[in-house]
Write a protein that binds this ligand. Sequence first.
Ligand code: FAD
Ligand code: UDP
Length: 376
Amino acid sequence: MKKYDYLIVGSGLYGSTFACMAARSGKKCLVIDKRSQTGGNLYCENVEGINVHKYGAHIFHTSNKEVWDFVNSIVEFNRYTNSPVANYKGKLYNLPFNMNTFYQMWGLTTPETALAKIEEQKREAEELMCAEGVSEPRNLEEQALLLVGRDIYEKLIKGYTEKQWGRKCTELPAFIIKRLPVRLVFDNNYFNDKYQGIPIGGYNKLIEGLLKDAEVMPDTDFFHDRERWMNIADKIVFTGKIDEFYSYCFGKLEYRTVRFEEEVLSTPNYQGNAVVNYTEATVPYTRIIEHKHFESFGAEVYDNPYTVISREYSTEWSEGMEPYYPVNDTRNSQLYQQYKELADMEENIIFGGRLAEYKYYDMAPIVESVFKHFND
Ligand code: FAD
Ligand code: UDP
C-alpha cells in the first residue's frame, strides 16, 4: 500500500486543480513544488496592499460555463474586463482594433467610413500577394497587412511583435496575429469570451481553495530525491518540464521568457489602466502593468496612496531563467514529439500542464484539460 493515491509534482493551476478534483473523488494527494510558494505562474505577492502578479499579468477568461462555475465555486471573481491601451510615440490608441482605434488613427466616426478605409489599406497587401502569385499570407507581416493595412501594422503591431518575439515580422508565422479581433463597434473588451475576471482577493485565494484538502510541501524538488517520490503514491501527476523528466536524453526544449522590472511608486494612479502596451521598437519594454487596476475600480484606486508597476522585457531564454513560452518551431516540436512518445508509454504517470505538454495553455483550457482527465 502506497501512502498516497497521487503525488502531484507542481502546484500550478494544473496540479492544484487536479488535487481539488482528486480530493472531491475521495483520493489522497501530496503536492510538492520546488518553489517556496504555491500557484505556479499565478502566484501573487502582496506589495503595499496590492496583489502583484509575480510571473506576469493573469486575466481569467472563458466561454465554458462549467469552468467558470467551477473557479467561482472556489472563489468569487470580480468584473475586471481587459481593455489594454497602446502607446505609440506618446499617442494613445485603444485595443483591440475597434471603432475607438479607427477614430484615433484616422479621425473616422462611422463603421462605414472605417470599413472603407481598412479595405483601401488592405488593397496594398492583396495586390502584392496577387503579383507574387500567393493566395495565403506567408508570414505575420502579410497577415497583418491583410487584416488591418499598413497604418495600424506600422504603429501598433510591428514594433510590439518584433520586441515580443525577438524576430522580424516577416520571419514569424501568420497565425500569431489571427487572434487579434477587428471590430466595427466601440468596444475595447480585449476578449471575445463570455466570462472574464480576477479572483476577488487575488489568485492565491483560488490556489489555496483548490489545495485545501491536499497535503502540500513547498521547497521540494522532485529531482532531488526522485527515487523516494517515484514510490510514494499509486500515480504521479507531473507538471514540470518533460525534457528534464527524461534527463534531456534527446536534447533541451527551448522557451522565450519575460523579465519583469518592478517598481513601487508613491502615487495612487500611475497610468489609469492595468495594461499599457508600448508599440514602438525604440522603447525596450513591451508593456507596463499597473497591478492595482486588476482589483480596484473607480474611486477605490485612490484608497491606496501607492501603486506597483512592472515593465515587461521579452527575452531569449537560457538555463536558470523561467521557461514561459514554448517555441513552436520545427526543431522544438519534433523534439517534444520524441519525449511524448516516452511519456505515452508510462502507465502510472500523467503528464499535464504547460511544461509537461510543452504547450502554451491559457488558464481556462488548463482547467478543461483536468476535467477531461476525470471525465474520461
Ligand atoms: P505552472 O504555473 O508553470 O506550474 C508548474 C509548477 O510546477 C510550478 O509551480 C513549478 O515550480 C513546479 N515544478 C516544476 N518542476 C518541478 C520539480 N522538478 N519539482 C517540483 N515542482 C516543480 N493565461 C490566461 O488564461 N490568462 C492570462 O492573462 C495569462 N497570462 C500569462 C502571462 C504570462 C507571462 C505567461 C507565461 C502565461 C500566462 N497565462 C495566462 C498562462 C498561464 O500562466 C498558464 O495557463 C498556467 O500557469 C499553467 O499552469 P501549469 O500548472 O501548467 O504551469
Ligand atoms: N500584438 C500587437 N500589438 C499589441 C498587442 C498584440 O502587435 O499591442 C500582437 C503580437 O504579435 C502578439 C499577438 O498580437 O504576439 C497576440 O497578442 P496577445 O496579447 O493576444 O497575446 P499574448 O501577448 O497574450 O501572447
